[in-house]
Ligand binder design. Structure first.
Ligand code: SF4
Ligand code: SF4
Length: 133
């Protein structure tokens, strides 16, 4: 029997690097690196004092050797970027084996579900743009 809460998946293009999950994780086991770039899709205002910038996600890591599966990161994400996945994480005695980076988190998207049971968008699909109520 699969465990619907076996691990956590990430839709990288939905993540805005807002850092809310990092701040709210009670175990401090989420690590994000990001940088800013000019946003070509932002409205260009003639009176703007500086160019509009957007966050670009460089790395997203969850240390499952510290995670307690509370789901707070999934609940607080305002952009529907984190999901429960039924893919088991790789058990191991080496702590490094329990640290999952952006590629591994995204790889489990096909088995990822929202808390209400609906499927997460696949990796090639656009961000949901869904805002939590
Ligand atoms: S499930 Fe809880 S402990 Fe694990 S990464 Fe998310 S907020 Fe942190
Ligand atoms: S709360 Fe969501 S959008 Fe914000 S950094 Fe975490 S995963 Fe990305």
């Amino acid at each position: 029997m699969t465990n619907p809460h076996a691990s956590i998946a990430l839709h990288p293009s939905s993540c805005t690097s807002c850092m809310l999950c990092v701040r709210e994780c009670p175990d401090w086991c989420i690590d994000i690196e990001a940088h800013t770039e000019p946003d070509p899709d932002a409205p260009q205002y003639s009176n703007a004092r500086r160019p509009a910038l957007k966050n670009v996600l460089d790395s997203f890591t969850i240390d499952f050797s510290h995670c307690m599966w509370c789901g707070i990161c999934i609940e607080v994400c305002p952009f529907d970027a984190l999901y429960w996945s039924s893919d088991d994480i790789v058990a191991g005695t080496n702590r490094q084996q329990m640290i999952y980076g952006i590629d591994e988190l995204a790889a489990s998207l096909p088995s990822a579900r929202r808390a209400d049971g609906t499927a997460a968008p696949l990796i090639h699909e656009p961000p949901s743009g869904r805002r939590k109520k």
